[in-house]
Design a protein around this ligand. Structure first.
Ligand code: GDP
Length: 290
């Protein structure tokens, strides 16, 4: 369940991540493919320093596939290695080892020239709550013959999952906090369920989602609401309330209608909607520190 973050939580999370970082060669940073920027932790660079990273757009099955292509092109242009996967069904998991090897290739070659024996790449998963970290780890555990073992010299024993011969993955992910000072980011996180429903007004969340889908996927709404009539956010909620008997003569239950809309959005009843768009970020994009 998503928790609400306070400065104490953040400091503790950061400390735990910093400890784990020492154990690994590379980070798999998990984000939600529907909102790759809004579901990323803005302090990632600062926290992981020079550590190599592969960005994983998870839940690609829920995102608009054409936008996922655009996001992959966006990251490629910035020199960030990114892959899209679906942890729930296990699609695309084979990309992880290859991406890690490609990202580590210089170091692997350097070690080889120094005559060092090749060893498995050590990786950890990092991301904000609800992006699918545990789902991915469970998938990888199930898929692989698990040989876990403690490594000496680690205060708290960490378990490793062997993903083939070439990758060792820490079995507990690093958890970072989302940042939602920006109202677009907050609404987008709320719509996908990445933050608790009581943090923002759900009626506003529903109206934000309605406006967004209306702007970028207008035909989805025609099918969902069964009308081509342009409705205001309020009218949309009234329509849902009417269709689902969430009203009587005196009272329209807007918040229940909003709950229905948000639930339907999450269940893809409207379709696969991507909420962050690369063209919003192109101008402010900064490249990776080298
Ligand atoms: P964590 O907090 O990052 O560990 O996230 P979880 O692994 O608990 O996943 C949060 C929710 O997202 C769960 O309901 C998962 O079933 C769902 N989920 C995770 N990965 C995927 C995915 O690739 N596709 C879909 N459709 N759902 C996913």
């Amino acid at each position: 369940m998503p928790i609400q973050w306070f400065p104490g939580h953040m400091a503790k999370a950061r400390r735990q991540v910093t400890e784990k970082l020492k154990l690994v060669d590379i980070i798999f940073e998990l984000v939600d493919a529907r909102l790759p920027i809004s579901s990323a932790n803005p302090m990632m660079h600062e926290i992981i320093h020079q550590k190599r990273r592969v960005l994983i757009l998870n839940k690609a099955d829920m995102a608009d596939p054409s936008m996922t292509e655009k996001w992959l092109a966006y990251y490629e242009k910035q020199g960030i290695r990114a892959v899209a996967i679906n942890s729930k069904d296990g699609q695309g998991l084979h990309k992880l080892t290859k991406a890690a090897q490609a990202e580590m290739s210089e170091k692997i070659e350097r070690n080889r020239l120094r005559g060092m024996k090749p060893r498995a790449i050590r990786a950890m998963i990092l991301g904000i709550p609800n992006v699918g970290k545990s789902t991915l780890i469970n998938r990888l555990v199930k898929k692989n013959i698990t040989q876990t073992g403690n490594r000496p010299g680690v205060t708290k024993a960490q378990q490793w999952i062997k993903v083939g011969k070439e990758l060792d993955l820490l079995d507990t992910p690093g958890i970072l906090w989302p940042k939602f000072e920006d109202s677009d980011v907050g609404f987008r996180l709320a719509l996908t369920g990445a933050i608790k429903d009581d943090i923002l007004d759900l009626t506003e969340v529903a109206e934000y989602g309605y406006d967004y889908v209306g702007a970028f996927y207008p035909t989805f709404l025609t099918d969902y609401l069964g009308t081509e009539e342009p409705l205001t956010g309020k009218e949309m909620l009234e329509r849902i309330a009417k269709n689902r008997q969430l009203m009587d003569e005196e009272f329209i239950d807007y918040s229940r209608a909003a709950e229905h809309f948000v639930r339907d959005f999450r269940a893809l009843k409207m379709g696969r909607v991507t909420l962050d768009r690369p063209d919003e970020y192109e101008e402010v994009a900064t490249s990776e520190p080298s």
